[in-house]
Write a protein that binds this ligand. Structure first.
Ligand SMILES: [Zn+2]
Length: 176
């Protein structure tokens, strides 16, 4: 099935990494991914999604307390920063659009990735672990470093993502 052509003047259109197009108004706040006419599924993320869509709250707290953000618009570490990290690592696989002018959507920025929602989730967790490893390696206390390293040895990203998503699926909140 092919996507209908996108007429102009009805909200912004995203040029997807796969070559297809998607009208942002077809996405809504509760949407985590969509099936694309390229045959794949692409994750959808909006800046209004809380970062605990991907990360447990304790980790979000740590990040908010340790990561210094330079943006005045987004002083607190959040979903926009997570997507910034993904974009930096996979510039060809992420597209974004400022949709703050489009009141119908209720979001400021929307991202669509070439990956599906589950793969994106794994990537975010992997990148955050790297980020934390980097932060911890600057700690003065060697015991902090070895404690963190031993915890990370036991940390299995795909296992975590699997469990976290199963747990969040039971949640009434739609974001995932
Ligand atoms: Zn596609």
């Amino acid at each position: 099935m092919s996507e209908p052509r996108v007429p102009g003047g009805r909200g912004a259109v995203l040029d997807l990494p796969c070559g297809e197009q998607k009208r942002v108004r077809e996405l809504d706040l509760g949407k985590r991914e969509f099936d694309c006419s390229c045959g794949g599924s692409h994750a959808v993320v909006m800046d209004v999604h809380p970062p605990d869509r991907f990360l447990p709250e304790f980790l979000v707290d740590i990040l908010q307390n340790t990561i210094e953000t330079t943006s005045e618009d987004m002083p607190e570490f959040g979903t926009a920063h997570l997507m910034g990290i993904v974009l930096e690592e996979f510039p060809q696989s992420v597209v974004s659009k400022d949709v703050s002018d489009d009141g119908e959507l209720g979001a400021g920025i929307v991202w669509v990735t070439d990956f599906d929602s589950r793969r994106l989730h794994e990537i975010i967790v992997e990148l955050v672990v790297e980020l934390m490893e980097h932060a911890v390696s600057h700690a003065d206390d060697d015991s902090v470093i070895s404690e963190f390293e031993s915890q990370m040895l036991q940390f299995d990203v795909s296992e975590f993502v699997e469990e976290y998503r199963a747990q969040r699926d039971l949640d009434p909140e739609p974001y995932m």
